[in-house]
Design a protein around this ligand. Structure first.
Ligand code: 5RP
Length: 268
């Protein structure tokens, strides 16, 4: 690995090898998602817990201060919407020149294994990896399921993660699953980061699954809605940071969440 790739990877993953990525890319197919109507406002209370921001070029230009000192993971696939026929029908949205111009530390691209667009999205991944490797820019593959949340089972996730890694992704983002998540991780030769999915019923559920995933070999999280759609986003982020970087258990994270929530309430 050359200096550029190594250096970018070391900015994304902290010295403990773990990461807390903050995705705010949802608008690229969901429009002004609840609590992400004004991305600059959304990230204010949680930025200090984020190791990197996952964002489209549009939001990067319009909403992120150019003096930001945390790495940017640029979302470079898209071209579909919640109102359209098939969320899997994505293409590449951003050229390598633009990725470099925007000073991205990494890029993220979705693949839809098993969908009608499996081949196209896997070739999107391969194309962007070919372009980015030339410039030492890591590619994070996002194993997406579109509306088919039933696909979040271990055999499917293991298949998607392994294919992404075989095609050259340096990092793979996938969903946590209750059974055999350790097999999903161990079958993937590159670091696996957990996505969140739609908001859980309780904070405890979030802490439980993140803790479980970390103990089963995931290197970190890329959680959006379960943080910034929570009425206390900073408290959730602080608690998750403790699991990811400070070896907190789920129970300890819940205590940190409650303490931070009360502290914030007193300030009001
Ligand atoms: C959207 C994404 C998001 O980055 C990913 O889904 C994580 O966000 P959330 O935790 O809200 O699911 O890739 O396409």
């Amino acid at each position: 690995m050359d200096f550029g790739m190594k250096n970018r990877m070391s900015r994304l993953f902290k010295k403990d090898g773990h990461c807390f990525f903050m995705p705010i890319d949802h608008g690229y197919f969901q429009g002004p998602t609840t609590c992400l109507e004004k991305p600059a406002e959304t990230i204010k209370p949680i930025l200090k817990y984020s190791d990197a921001l996952f964002v489209t070029r549009g939001v990067l230009r319009a909403s992120i201060d150019t003096s930001i000192d945390i790495p940017i993971i640029l979302r470079v696939s898209g071209g579909t919407s919640m109102a359209g026929k098939d969320l899997a029908h994505e293409g590449l949205t951003t050229s390598i020149e633009e990725i470099i111009r925007l000073n991205a530390s990494a890029v993220g691209v979705s693949i839809f294994v098993g969908s009608d667009y499996e081949h196209e999205t896997l070739m999107n991944l391969s194309k962007i990896i070919n372009d980015c490797e030339d410039y030492g820019i890591p590619v994070m593959a996002v194993t997406a399921v579109g509306r088919e949340v039933g696909k979040m089972e271990p055999r499917y996730l293991a298949l998607s993660c392994r294919i992404a890694a075989e095609l050259g992704a340096r990092v793979v983002k996938t969903y946590w699953c209750e059974k055999d998540f350790d097999k999903v991780v161990s079958g993937c030769p590159v670091p696996v980061v957990m996505a969140g999915g739609p908001k859980c019923e309780t904070e405890k559920e979030v802490f439980d699954f993140v803790y479980d995933g970390m103990t089963k070999g995931s290197v970190g999280i890329n959680l959006g809605r379960n943080i910034w759609q929570n009425p206390n986003p900073a408290a959730v982020a602080k608690a998750l940071y403790a699991i990811v970087h400070e070896k907190a258990t789920s129970k300890e994270a819940f205590e940190i969440f409650n303490e931070e929530k009360s502290r914030q309430a007193k300030k009001k």
